[in-house]
Design a protein around this ligand. Structure first.
Ligand code: SAM
Ligand code: SF4
Length: 452
């Protein structure tokens, strides 16, 4: 069984808000960065709002020890709003009579150029499930994006994919064309709620929950899980995500590369009884995930407002989208109209980069591990021995320098250069410091795409 709902229900029913000593013990164990059992995580989920700062500071410490001060940035690229499914929460649901849009390959290249011009290097492809969007179309889209060049020869260097659950054969096709992470969200792990909220092929809970196994069997090393917060009890979803991560690790020898934490947002023609998750609950969910699955990346989108994102970056999030538009063809267009859902962070990439710098985080557009074959188990091994720090921080610095040289506003460049200087002075051993300094100089002289 992938996720044992009965065990999760029991863990939640038995859990009590930990007292002072119990909480200290649990947080001390979490600080060892070996993860937590479901029952331990369940107790942390009942920490009251008054004790949440203790939870947040433990999560922040773990985040800092594993990820340093990096924050990876990316953008979603919506290919098509055609969808046969009638998911109760989504603006693309089949019974929404709004006109649909599927990007041609020419339009995909044009959207890619807009994203490249902003400074993005990493994309997440999104599409509904429909005969209009078969795997061949996604494959052609990926080839088009990788081969599209901006005016200075810049390109998208990693494409992650978030499309409907499919067959092993189709996952092989995605692998062959060089996808990074394949992400698929279970939406809700509660089978009963899942079956009520979905109509169409996606209503098959088993097809959805077993999809990542097929993806791994097809050779995709990096897979990402997620739950849409707001569909069901948030504590249940957190434990289910932990259980799913533990299952993938047991079954395939490596856990998920990422956990996404989308939270329900209003969408056109969507009207259903959601289970609202408050900001404090949502942040507690993020903190407990960070402590329970310490080496898995965590992704937050522009569904969330800047202030919440700021706090979430501190306590667990390692990757964030920026300047997103959730409508096919929406980049570079004035005003979005046919979106999948509303976003709450409307800042430009440059504004996000500046705010991230001011917060003391190093914006990263790095794609080095994936392009050097450090994926799946190899990546996790490096991450667990801390070796990734010597690679990731210098690589983040190199990609950030490219951003500052090619895309940043004057204010961001000034703030960013100060941060880079500080980072370069503190990074790794003496040899790494020297090599990084020399590569930063080479970027200034016009070379690009240097990585460790
Ligand atoms: N159609 C594919 C699927 O359903 O797996 C691709 C992903 S869809 C474009 C991306 C994700 O958006 C969904 O998995 C869902 O979690 C999320 N989503 C859908 N409607 C949403 C809403 N109203 N608010 C926030 N997130 C939403
Ligand atoms: Fe279609 Fe995905 Fe939206 Fe469901 S969540 S309606 S499958 S695009």
């Amino acid at each position: 069984m992938i996720v044992d709902e009965t065990r999760i229900e029991k863990a939640l029913a038995d859990a009590e808000p930990p007292r002072e000593a119990g909480l200290a013990k649990l947080l001390a164990k979490a600080r060892e960065k070996k993860g937590l059992e479901l029952e331990e995580a369940a107790a942390l989920l009942f920490v009251g709002a008054s004790d949440s700062e203790k939870l947040f500071s433990a999560a922040a410490a773990v985040k800092k020890e594993i990820y340093g001060s990096r924050l990876v940035l990316f953008a979603p690229l919506y290919l098509s709003s055609y969808c046969v499914n009638d998911c109760a929460y989504c603006g693309f649901h089949a019974s929404n009579p709004a006109p649909r849009k599927k990007l041609s390959l020419g339009e995909i290249a044009a959207q890619t150029r807009v994203l490249e011009a902003m400074g993005h290097k990493r994309l997440l492809l999104e599409a509904g499930e429909h005969a209009e969007n078969p795997v061949d179309y996604v494959v052609d889209a990926i080839k088009t994006i990788y081969s599209t060049r901006g005016p200075r020869g810049e390109s998208i260097r990693r494409i992650n994919v978030n499309v409907a659950a499919t067959t092993k054969e189709n996952y092989v096709r995605l692998k062959e064309v060089g996808i990074g992470t394949y992400q698929l969200f279970q939406e809700t792990y509660c089978r009963e709620a899942y079956e009520k909220l979905h109509r169409g092929p996606k209503a098959d809970y088993e097809r959805q929950i077993t999809a990542l196994d097929r993806a791994v069997e097809a050779g995709i090393d990096d897979v990402g899980i997620g739950a849409l917060f707001g569909l069901h009890d948030w504590r249940f979803e957190v434990l289910a995500l932990i259980a799913h991560a533990q299952y993938l690790e047991r079954k395939h020898g490596v856990g998920p590369h990422t956990i996404s934490v989308p939270r329900f947002q209003p969408a056109q023609t969507v009207c259903f009884n959601s289970s609202p998750v408050s900001d404090n609950e949502f942040l507690r969910a993020i903190a407990v995930l960070r402590l329970s699955v310490p080496y898995t990346g965590m992704i937050l989108s522009t569904r969330e407002a800047p202030a919440l994102r700021h706090k979430a970056f501190e306590i667990g999030i390692s990757q964030a989208s920026a300047a997103s538009v959730t409508e096919p063809g929406g980049y570079g267009k004035a005003g979005a109209s046919a979106t999948q859902f509303e976003v709450s962070d409307h800042r430009s990439l440059d504004e996000v980069v500046l705010a991230v710098c001011k917060q003391g985080f190093l914006p990263s557009f790095c794609t080095a591990c994936y392009r050097s074959g450090r994926t799946g188990c190899d990546f996790m091994e490096l991450a667990k021995t801390g070796a990734i720090q010597d690679l990731c921080t210098p690589n983040a610095a190199l990609t950030f320098k490219e951003y500052l040289l090619d895309h940043a506003s004057l204010e961001t460049r000034k703030e960013g250069e100060t941060l880079l200087e500080k980072t370069a002075g503190n990074v790794g051993c003496a040899a790494t410091k020297q090599e990084l300094a020399s590569r930063l100089k080479r970027l200034e002289k016009g070379e690009r795409d240097l990585f460790f």
